[in-house]
Structure formats: structure tokens, C-alpha cells
Design a protein around this ligand. Structure first.
Ligand code: DAH
Length: 341
């Protein structure tokens, strides 16, 4: 019986060396050391031996069990190391491979220009005031001194909604009235940025949606000199200190007197000539002293208060700055255009 035991031992050792995977190893463990395994079965045969041989046989069985257990653990460790090596070989990273550049988003050119404008006006003490895109006829026109059927309405081709008297704002000027209603009787210095909408033919120079930045200053003793000085300072900060500007008289119903401000671009390049229609000058904003009727409609007594206002188009400003030929690029979402900024 001892011979059988020794034979089982040798066979088991040989089988263990053949176990090439953790599944085979586990099968070996059950078949050998498990509760019904070959070595365990030998222990049960102890009773078949004469009494005096039993202690020697029992001792030997235990020795073999321990030896096999240790051999099993060594083989398991070997297999684990082997698995790890195989895994590392198959999952190896080639660190010499050039990386892929992550896709980075960027700000829209109109947003970049808007932020530049916010910064300049912010530095000069103007706060940002947000007004609504969907307006009433009353705020967009009437309170700005443009009554029904007034010929000046032709200046703003309008998108009307199906709700009578409700429209998409054609300019940011209604924000002036809303701000005055909100802040009376405080002095006001703010800008109103936002999208405007006009029922217009789309061309290289006009879009049916575009941004405007409105400006409004209301207080006591505000004069035309304040208007000119403030806007000249804006132009200096936006375009550089040596850039020439000029004011031209104009008409807007909500200001009196009214003007437009031009910035000198020169006639050096073909683009400059086209941009300025051969004059060298580009109009960048409309402005004026707030009309007494508009002040009154905002709740401010024009005998006590005065103010100036202006409106500028950031897309126009960006076009001049970057040499953009066609305003329609701004909202057509063509990545070939957007990626250039
Ligand atoms: N709202 C005018 C427009 O859309 C621009 C404008 C001109 C705004 C003169 C003003 C201003 O505040 O004083 O054409």
C-alpha cells in the first residue's frame, strides 16, 4: 500500500508540472488534494493496514500532502507570473507613437469681439444690462419716439409674431427704456448687448440676425462733450490711440442731436477700399443725446436729467478687424471659417 501511495505521489507531481493554466491547476488540486482526491482517498485506507504499520503510513501521507501543497503553491505562483508576462506583452503601449491632438473648442469671433467691447466699457464704469429679444411694439418703437405710421419705421424692417404688438427686437434700444424704468431716479451708465432681428434681404453686408451693443448714460449735466469724449475714448481703446475718428450729423428718432461715428481705416489695401466704399472711413456706431421725449418715457424729467446713447454692431467691428468679407459667415457655422479665430 505504501508503494501505491508513493506511485500516486510521483504521478501527481508529474501531472502538476503539466498543468499549464490556472483552470488545469485547479482541476489538479481537486483531483489530488481535494476531499475526494487521490491522496485523500489513501488516508481512508488506513484501516486496512495492520495496527503497527498505521503510524508510519499516516506520517507518510501527511508528508506527501504537505509536499504536494507546497509544489502546488509554487506552480500557482509560476503560472501567475507567466499570465502577467503574457498580459504585459499583449497590452504593451508603444510610447514612441506620436499622440493625437485633443480637439479644442474656441470662442466664436462675435463672442471674442463682444467680450473685448464689454471689457472696454466695463473699465469705463458701464455695467452690462440684459434686455429681452422678444419685445413689444411699445418698447421697440413707441416709447423710443417712433409712433405708429411714422416714416422712420422704415429704418427697421420688422419680424412680427402672430401675437399683435409682439415682435423680435430690431435693435437693442428698447433696453434703454427698460433700464430707465428699473433704475429711476438713479444715474445710469450701462451697455445692453444682444441679438437683434430684421426682416431683411441677406447680403454680404446685412444679415437678418446680428448683435448690437447699446449704450446709455443718464444723469445731471451730461452734455454732448461727454458723448464725444466717451466715444472717442472707446475708439482709442478699441482701435489704438493714433486712429482718427469723426462724427457726422445724422437722424435717429430717439436722439437729438444724432450722429454717427466713423473710424479711419485708410485706403492702402484692396480690402480697406472695399470696406470703406472708397472713402477710407468706416461707420462703427450711431449715437446722440437722448431725446427729451425718450427720457420722459423712461420716467426721467428732461428738465433735470440729460443723457447720451449709442448703438454699435460687434460683427461689423470684427469684420473690419479681421478682414472678413461677408457677414453671412458669422451665423452659417462653417468650421472652415470658425477655426480661423
Ligand atoms: N438703434 C439704432 C439702430 O439700430 C442704433 C442707435 C443709434 C442706437 C443711435 C442709439 C443711438 O442708442 O443713440 O440703427
Amino acid at each position: 500500500m505504501l508503494d501505491t501511495l508513493e506511485a500516486i505521489y510521483q504521478e501527481s507531481l508529474a501531472a502538476l508540472r503539466d498543468a499549464a493554466s490556472s483552470a488545469e491547476l485547479e482541476a489538479w488540486r481537486q483531483a489530488t488534494l481535494g476531499r475526494k482526491g487521490s491522496v485523500q482517498l489513501q488516508t481512508r485506507r488506513l484501516g486496512e493496514l495492520p495496527t503497527e504499520e498505521r503510524p508510519a503510513f499516516g506520517r507518510r501521507v501527511n508528508e506527501i500532502k504537505q509536499a504536494l501543497q507546497q509544489a502546488y503553491e509554487e506552480q500557482a505562483a509560476r503560472l501567475r507570473a507567466q499570465d502577467l508576462e503574457a498580459q504585459m506583452a499583449s497590452e504593451a503601449i508603444d510610447v514612441t507613437l506620436p499622440g493625437r491632438k485633443p480637439w479644442r473648442g474656441r470662442l466664436h469671433p462675435a463672442t471674442q469681439t463682444l467680450r473685448q467691447i464689454y471689457r472696454i466699457w466695463g473699465d469705463m464704469g458701464f455695467q452690462i444690462y440684459r434686455s429681452r429679444d422678444v419685445e413689444t411694439d411699445e418698447y421697440n418703437f413707441e416709447l423710443l419716439n417712433i409712433p405708429q405710421h411714422h416714416p422712420a419705421r422704415d429704418m427697421w424692417d420688422t419680424f412680427h409674431t402672430t401675437e399683435p404688438g409682439v415682435l423680435l427686437r430690431t435693435h437693442t434700444s428698447p433696453g434703454q427704456i427698460r433700464a430707465m424704468h428699473e433704475y429711476y431716479p438713479e444715474p445710469i451708465r450701462l451697455i445692453v448687448p444682444g441679438m437683434c432681428y430684421r426682416y431683411e434681404q441677406q447680403t454680404a453686408r446685412s444679415e437678418f440676425q446680428f448683435n448690437q451693443v447699446e449704450g446709455l448714460a443718464v444723469g445731471k449735466n451730461i452734455t454732448l462733450a461727454d458723448l464725444k469724449g466717451t466715444l472717442a475714448e472707446f475708439a482709442r481703446r478699441m482701435y489704438g490711440a493714433d486712429r482718427a475718428i469723426r462724427f457726422r450729423a445724422n437722424y435717429f428718432p430717439f436722439t437729438e442731436p444724432s450722429a454717427e461715428m466713423d473710424v479711419y481705416f485708410g485706403l492702402e489695401t484692396e480690402y480697406d477700399r472695399r470696406l470703406t466704399k472708397g472713402t477710407g472711413w468706416l461707420e462703427i456706431l450711431g449715437c446722440g443725446m437722448v431725446h427729451p421725449t425718450v427720457l420722459r418715457n423712461g420716467g426721467y424729467d428732461p428738465e433735470i436729467y440729460s443723457g447720451f446713447a449709442f448703438g454699435m454692431g460687434p460683427e461689423r467691428i470684427a469684420m473690419a478687424k479681421y478682414g472678413i468679407e461677408d457677414i453671412r459667415y458669422f451665423w452659417s457655422n462653417d468650421l472652415r471659417f470658425l477655426e480661423q479665430f
